[in-house]
Design a protein. Structure first.
Length: 150
């Protein structure tokens, strides 16, 4: 299962090199794609959060695996916020399209913090993991506060 997921992530990551128009036949396809990418990211980030908050014991191997998935998934949803994807079944605020530079900055911040989280988790040091998790969670929250409807 893990091997399949990593292959899926690798294939999905390679799609980023194509233009958004080539990736998605319809705006609805882009919305589905970004929602799926963010759902997978949230599932793995939630597992990390449970460890960071002490709800489950820290497991260095599990933390490293989940953090690596988060770091890879954090690259994916952004191409799916293209033209015409501001309407439909989405919680995306209009600010994404009105404040494109700020949105890009927020997505870049999440990607950077996710990479740091993965590196910290791979050390096996719980304190380093928790600090990196907090920074990554802050990047998530900041973006949600500014760009996601409740």
């Amino acid at each position: 299962m893990k091997k399949y997921l990593l292959i899926l992530i690798a294939v999905a990551t390679s799609l980023i090199s194509f233009s958004a128009a080539a990736q998605f036949a319809k705006p609805e396809d882009a919305i589905k794609y970004r929602k799926a990418a963010l759902t997978v990211t949230a599932a793995h980030f939630g597992r990390l959060g449970a460890m960071a908050q002490g709800k489950v014991p820290f497991d260095a191997k599990s933390a490293a695996e989940n953090a690596e998935i988060v770091a890879q998934m954090a690259k994916l949803p952004w191409a799916a916020f293209g033209e015409g994807t501001d309407a439909g079944e989405t919680k995306a605020k209009q600010e994404i399209w009105k404040q494109g530079a700020k949105f890009k900055e927020a997505s870049d911040k999440l990607q950077t913090e996710s990479i740091k989280l993965s590196a910290a988790a791979k050390t096996g040091k719980e304190d380093a993991f928790k600090a990196a998790f907090t920074a990554t969670a802050g990047a998530c929250k900041s973006c949600h506060d500014d760009f996601k409807n409740k």
